[in-house]
Every structure is written in structure tokens, then in C-alpha cells.
Design a protein. Structure first.
Length: 538
């Protein structure tokens, strides 16, 4: 049998318009790492892990994400500043320029797929200008076996040319970088940015259209794991709220850390074959599983190494968004294949920098719908101490930048599924306690984990007045006690030591909720509208 280094197979890219390229097809991650080092595009840490800099962009660029507006998409997409239309002819012209740019060059090609459940499999061919981007695709997408490679029929194509710069005047882009989805041609065209997250989130965005429209499946920006009793838990949340951190739990098998589908066959499946974890301030003590996943094969992005080749996870001089990608089997306890049953519990994670949302609370179905549509988290104003004004941030379905359809479409599907599966929904504040950002501090990870474990182990007690208190502002049910968590921590008001200041801040936040929800009100019934906060500032 041939391993991937010995594969005699190669493929031609002429049909794609890439002429005379030196095609490196399906190289092993070892080989790609070696080539990256040789080209001076990366270095190795003391333990042999590849570390790269992604260049000008160290995060996604949502303002440069376009969707080609054509017969397939024009009536279905929720157009606006999230889903920005792109002209089909302009796309064709830009595609020609990019493939012309890649012609005569060495390019790296990988066949892979998304969606762990067989009926939903989406074959993907990835064409990269750089070897490390191709290694990222190896880590993050699902890896077909040899048999599947033999008669591989690519459905979607990703063309990724970080070194190509668009000319906004003629190309129809906003600036030199772009990520454009074309549903008719089934192409994700990415240029001008080396940020690898654009590759995975490009396919995620495509699936967020394909699955609900053609497969009656709800795509979700969430992580998922499963316990010993086969009970699935899923964790929704915007970036930095804890999806990856909290789903990686030694006592539960990881299904996936970021993108899943919930089918009508009562299953939840991972779209991906790897994880993409934040590594800012990562420590072995607090997050041993992720820490240990950073071994050869992983790719670190935008971290700083000391002169011994050790990573300084506290150094954010390139970006706060330092990352590592690794194949999911770098985590010990995983579900194989990455499929679970209908979830028993859903967690909505929010990093509330106002410090007013309870650290854990139970939601009614109406509240769950309301919070799903709102998709609240907070951004901290700056990184220096003493900056006290956090900024509320709302992103529908906890992932608006990746959702091509109107949020109400996903919310309807989720509500229906929640009803038929009888799932419990919890709101978890992984953000601030004891005051807002600058005054209080981030919720301790061990407490958040204890609260989630208490839910999953059924330790929070019966859902009644003795065990739960209804929050006077948010209307959510706050447990009075939780094993492993100091009782005081469960009441955000108590942690502030200043009731008036607490309520003022809470009203500030509920006013922001109300303001944000206005644009969805007409799409929601009275029940969902009542799922919002109970009290406002004026
Ligand atoms: P993305 O969508 O960008 O991948 P994510 O939701 O997966 O984001 P994580 O990568 O899990 O977010 O990031 C959560 C960060 O917050 C980690 O750096 C983690 O160490 C830190 N953190 C601190 N306190 C907590 C807490 N109480 N709960 C969860 N995470 C916490
Ligand atoms: Mn994550």
C-alpha cells in the first residue's frame, strides 16, 4: 500500500484554469511541515510543532466576505452587511486572475471532505498557494481513506491564494483581500489573506446554506460532546466564549469544537476533522487536554517563541487571537465517528463583560428562542486595566457572520427541534463576576466547568422554587446552589456588593438587548418576544 508521500497519483489543474503548475497532491503533514520550514514560512518549537505567522491578517475579515448573487442565491440569502452581494461576472474575472496568478507556481492540492455523517458528506478539493495552509486543511477537514481517494469526486473547490492582491477598482472587492462564495460554481475563492480561519469558515458558511435549504438539517455554530450515558451536550457561543475550552472535557468524548449539524434523523454530527483552539494564556494546569494536543502535527499561529523555542502563551504582541489547529485525534477522549444523538442539554455561552448575567441559569423555550436570536456576548473595550466600558455585541444564532439565511430561519428550525427532543437549555456566563470588566474578574474556569458538570450529572436539583430563583431583571431561573461552586458566585448581584450599581448596569444591558431585538420583532411571535429580559432601564 502506498502512503501519501509515495502516492504516484497526481492531478491536473488545467481544467481549473491553473496552467503548468507544479502540483503537490495530497502531501503528508510531515512533508508539508518540512516544505514550510524550507521555504522559511515557519519555524519549529522545541517540541517540533510548526509555528507560522499568517501575515497581515490574524483574524477573519467579515467586511471582505462576499456571496455571488445569482439564480440560486438571490431570493434566499439575507443580503446586507453580513452577506454582501458579489457580481457573477466580476467573480469570473477575479477567478481567472487568481488562477492565472497560481499558474506556473508550485501549488498544494488536497482532497478532503466535510460532515462526519455519511448522508451529508461534502467532498472538497483545496488548492493552496502555501504548504502550511494545505496542512491546515489536512488538520481541519475530514480525511478520506485511500479507497475514498481512489474515486474521489470533488464537489466544492477552495482556491486559496494569500499572496494574490485584488485591485478594488477593477475587481469589485472592498480592498485587496477577499473571501467569496459562489454557490452555482461551488467555489470558495480566497485571496489577499493568509488567515487560515477563512478556509474553514468559508466551508462552514457554505454548509449553513446547503444543509437547511437542501437537507432539512440545522447547521450550528457550536461545540459538542457526549457523556458515558451517550447523552449529547452542545455549546453555542460567539468567539472566545468557551466552545472549544468547555467541550474539551476528559470525562466526555469530544464530537467537535465549532461546527455541527442537527439532522432530522435525531443525530448531531461534526462538519470538521480537527479543532482550532485559542491559545492566549493557555496553561497545562487549566486546560491540559488542549495543551497536550499541541504536539507534532499541530500548527501554531501567530505565537511568540523564546530563544529555546518554547511558546510564550502570554505574549500577544502579534495578536490576541493566537491559535492552534490540530486533527481531532490529538485529543484523547473523542467520539468516533464524530456523531452523537439528539442533544439532552444545550448551553448558550456568553462572555458578559458587564458582569450582570448569572453564571448559570435555565431558560424556558421562549427565552431560549429569544437568546438564540439575540446571540449576546460582550467585547471588552481595550486590554488595559481600568477600561471599564464593555461593548455589548449581538450576533444572531451565535454566529451571524457565517449564516447566509435570515436568522429567523435557523431559529425556527432550532425551536422545532428543541420541542420535539425535549432538550434543556441553559445560559452560561463565562464572562465577568464581581463587577464589570476592569472592576470584577473573569469567571473561574473551574467554576464554569463545575456548573456544567452539575447540569450534565443531574446535580442541580429539581426545577422548582426551592432550588431556583427567578432573576428579577432577566427572568431566567438561577440555581440557588451548585456542587463545587461557592453559593455567592451563583448570584451576580451578590458578587457586586452594591445593589444599585448592579441594577444600573443590568438595565444598561437590557436596554441594549431591547434595541438589538427591534429588527427581529416582526419575525417573532408574542411568546418569543416575552422571552426577553423582564425589566429595562426606562
Ligand atoms: P472561537 O469561536 O473563536 O473558536 P470559542 O468559543 O471556541 O471561540 P475558546 O477558544 O474556548 O472560545 O476560548 C475561551 C477562552 O476564554 C479561552 O482562552 C479560555 O481559557 C478562557 N476562559 C477564561 N475563563 C473561562 C471560563 N470561565 N469559561 C470558558 N473559558 C474561559
Ligand atoms: Mn473554538
Amino acid at each position: 500500500m502506498l502512503n501519501s508521500d509515495q502516492l504516484t497519483t497526481t492531478i491536473s489543474l488545467e481544467d481549473y484554469g491553473i496552467k503548468n503548475a507544479k502540483v503537490k497532491y495530497q502531501l503528508s503533514p510531515e512533508k508539508l511541515q518540512e516544505l514550510t520550514l524550507k521555504k522559511g514560512q515557519g519555524v519549529e518549537t522545541a517540541s517540533g510543532v510548526l509555528a507560522v505567522n499568517t501575515g497581515e491578517f490574524t483574524g477573519r475579515s467579515p467586511k471582505d466576505r462576499f456571496i455571488v448573487k445569482d439564480d440560486i442565491t438571490s431570493e434566499k440569502i439575507w443580503w446586507g452587511d453580513i452577506n454582501i452581494p458579489f457580481d457573477p461576472e466580476k467573480f469570473d474575472a477575479l477567478y481567472d486572475k487568481v488562477t492565472d496568478y497560481l499558474s506556473e507556481k508550485e501549488v498544494f492540492v488536497r482532497d478532503s471532505y466535510a460532515c462526519a455523517a455519511p448522508n451529508y458528506k461534502l467532498n472538497i478539493r483545496v488548492i493552496n498557494e502555501y504548504p502550511w495552509s494545505n496542512m491546515f486543511a489536512y488538520n481541519m477537514f475530514l480525511r478520506p481513506n485511500e479507497k475514498a481517494l481512489e474515486d474521489f469526486d470533488p464537489e466544492w473547490l477552495i482556491v486559496n491564494a494569500p499572496g494574490f492582491m485584488a485591485d478594488p477598482k477593477t475587481d469589485g472587492t472592498r480592498q485587496h483581500n477577499f473571501a467569496i462564495l459562489n454557490f452555482t460554481k461551488k467555489i470558495a475563492l480566497i485571496g489577499g489573506t493568509g488567515y487560515t480561519g477563512e478556509i474553514k469558515k468559508g466551508i462552514f458558511s457554505a454548509l449553513n446554506f446547503i444543509l437547511p435549504v437542501y437537507k432539512n438539517t440545522l447547521p450550528m455554530h457550536c461545540s459538542a460532546n457526549v457523556g458515558k450515558d451517550d447523552d449529547t451536550a452542545i455549546f453555542f457561543g460567539l468567539s472566545g466564549t468557551g466552545k472549544t475550552t468547555l467541550s474539551t472535557d476528559p470525562n466526555r468524548s469530544l464530537i467537535g469544537d465549532d461546527e455541527h449539524g442537527w439532522t432530522n434523523e435525531n443525530t448531531v454530527f461534526n462538519f470538521e476533522g480537527g479543532c482550532y483552539a485559542k491559545v492566549i494564556n493557555l496553561s497545562k494546569e487549566k486546560e491540559p487536554e488542549i495543551y497536550d494536543a499541541i504536539k507534532k502535527g499541530a500548527i501554531l499561529e501567530n505565537v511568540i517563541l523564546d530563544d529555546k523555542g518554547e511558546v510564550d502563551f502570554a505574549d500577544t504582541s502579534i495578536t490576541q487571537n493566537t491559535r492552534v489547529s490540530y486533527p481531532i485525534d490529538h485529543i484523547e477522549n473523542i467520539r468516533k465517528p464524530s456523531i452523537g444523538r439528539n442533544p439532552k442539554n444545550i448551553f448558550f455561552l456568553t462572555a458578559d463583560a458587564f458582569g450582570v448575567i448569572p453564571p448559570i441559569s435555565k431558560l424556558t423555550p421562549a427565552q431560549a428562542a429569544y437568546h438564540f436570536i439575540s446571540g449576546y456576548t460582550a467585547k471588552v473595550a481595550g486590554t488595559e486595566a481600568g477600561v471599564v466600558e464593555p461593548v455589548p455585541s449581538f450576533s444572531a444564532c451565535f454566529g451571524a457572520p457565517f449564516m447566509p439565511l435570515h436568522p429567523a430561519k435557523y431559529a425556527e428550525m432550532l425551536s422545532k427541534k428543541m420541542k420535539t427532543s425535549g432538550v434543556n437549555v441553559w445560559l452560561v456566563n463565562t464572562g465577568w463576576t464581581g463587577g464589570p470588566y476592569g472592576v470584577g474578574k473573569r469567571m473561574e474556569l473551574k467554576y464554569t466547568r463545575a456548573m456544567i458538570n452539575a447540569v450534565l450529572n443531574g446535580d442541580l436539583g429539581l426545577y422548582n422554587y426551592d432550588n431556583y430563583h427567578i432573576h428579577s431583571v432577566f427572568g431566567v431561573a438561577q440555581p440557588r446552589e451548585c456542587p463545587g461552586v461557592p453559593t455567592r458566585v451563583l448570584s451576580p448581584r451578590a458578587t457586586w456588593n452594591n445593589d444599585q450599581a448592579y441594577y444600573e448596569m443590568a438595565f444598561k444591558l437590557t436596554n441594549a438587548f431591547r434595541e438589538n431585538f427591534k429588527k427581529f420583532e416582526m419575525h417573532c411571535n408574542e411568546e418569543i418576544r416575552r422571552g426577553g429580559p423582564q425589566r429595562y432601564g426606562f
